[in-house]
Write a protein that binds this ligand. Structure first.
Ligand SMILES: Cc1ncc(COP(=O)(O)O)c(C=O)c1O
Length: 359
């Protein structure tokens, strides 16, 4: 058994490794490097307190009876800042992430902060860490997080009366090892990703529920991701939304509470409209996907994944190649259109970028 000193030593050595080695974000696994600063606000009984500036990144000290460790009172966001063609740094679609995080916190039945406070934390942390933003295709991942911190193991049916709201940053390269390559997707027909009423909440509990089927599919089918399709209704993977496309159309599942309302998904829909493409938001069956693989393209969308082409689908023991198995032209075109806006190469006509002042 670990004693308190061992735990402290472990925390310290991992922290030192991350802080001192500073390996290249393109060779370190996604999400394992951390920038030097964080912004932290403390919630107690209805009030959020924020000192008004980012502080050095450091471990938190938590009571072993902390609410989040027992009852999963946690949610988070994932957005990115990109280095622009002129060398400056801008955050992509921050307001959409703020809106989604406030909804997630409310769904945990906790008290959300004001949008202004969450915005200030994101901007303060990202400004303090802006110099660690890699050149494209890398970026600075931004992770706002909410955790219930009351020391109370009798509060399964009560929201935590204390909480931490904080923002950390991680310099990142590619989410999928090997860069942009066609992915193999396993279709899971039986096990849902999470409970239907909680699918649109970005809470850690949802991710641990999806872990079992994802690890099983990786082991048994050498799949990169699992596409959840309970009752033949294709929704999303464990960390991204799903699209069918061809040269003049994109199709994705219509929104409901059962899956995460991706901000990349929303951006692709807008870009497709801007390009004069048809957009269909509706249910997609496995049979349609099978037929689509003969003439169309498929991709995953997400902040981490960006737009990731699907080359192969595994369904009920059958391996189906999508087209010739290589990234299709519409997938590549949409990916470029999105990353060009994110990096300031093309016009930000929808006001999606928040430019960070140099600290
Ligand atoms: C379960 C799930 N679905 C979809 C997405 C895509 O959402 P977004 O485009 O906002 O990153 C994510 C990404 O974070 C996710 O975790």
């Amino acid at each position: 058994m670990l004693n308190g000193r061992d735990v402290a030593r472990l925390q310290k050595s991992e922290y030192n490794y991350l802080m001192s080695d500073k390996p290249d974000p393109f060779s370190a696994p996604f999400g394992t490097l951390f920038s030097d600063h964080m912004a932290v606000s403390t919630y107690v009984d209805g009030d959020y307190d924020y000192p008004g500036a980012a502080v050095p990144l450091a471990p938190f000290s938590l009571h072993p009876g902390t609410h989040v460790l027992h009852y999963a009172s946690e949610c988070f966001e994932g957005l990115k800042a990109h280095r622009q063609v002129d060398g400056s740094v801008a955050i992509f679609r921050m307001e959409d992430s703020i809106e989604r995080m406030l909804l997630s916190i409310a769904k945990l039945r906790a008290t959300p902060p004001s949008a202004d406070l969450l915005r200030q934390l994101i901007v303060d942390a990202t400004t303090a860490n802006a110099s660690s933003t890699p050149e494209p295709p890398g970026s600075l991942y931004i992770r706002p997080t909410f955790i219930g911190t009351a020391a109370n193991i009798g509060a399964a049916a009560t929201p935590s009366r204390e909480a931490l709201l904080y923002v950390i940053n991680s310099p990142v390269g590619d989410y999928f090892p090997g860069g942009v390559r066609p992915l193999t997707i396993y279709i899971e027909n039986d096990i849902p990703r999470t409970t239907p009423q909680f699918g649109s909440v970005k809470s850690g509990a949802n991710y641990v529920m999806a872990l079992g089927p994802t690890l099983d599919a990786k082991r048994d089918h050498v799949a990169d991701q699992v596409l959840f399709a309970t009752s033949d209704d294709i929704t999303e993977t464990g960390a991204s939304n799903f699209f069918l496309c061809d040269e003049d159309r994109v199709i994705t599942r219509n929104l409901d509470d059962s899956f995460l309302h991706g901000i990349t998904r929303k951006s692709i829909i807008q870009i497709a409209h801007d390009l004069g493409m048809e957009v269909e938001e509706r249910s997609i069956s496995v049979e349609e996907l099978r037929a689509w693989s003969e003439h169309g393209e498929m991709f995953l969308s997400g902040t981490a994944a960006v737009i990731a082409p699907v080359g192969k689908v595994i369904t009920r023991g059958e391996y189906i190649e999508v087209g010739d198995g290589q990234p299709g032209p519409t997938t590549r075109m949409l990916r470029e259109a999105l990353t060009d806006i994110q990096t300031g190469k093309s016009e930000d006509k929808h006001g999606w970028l928040t430019h960070i002042e140099s600290p």
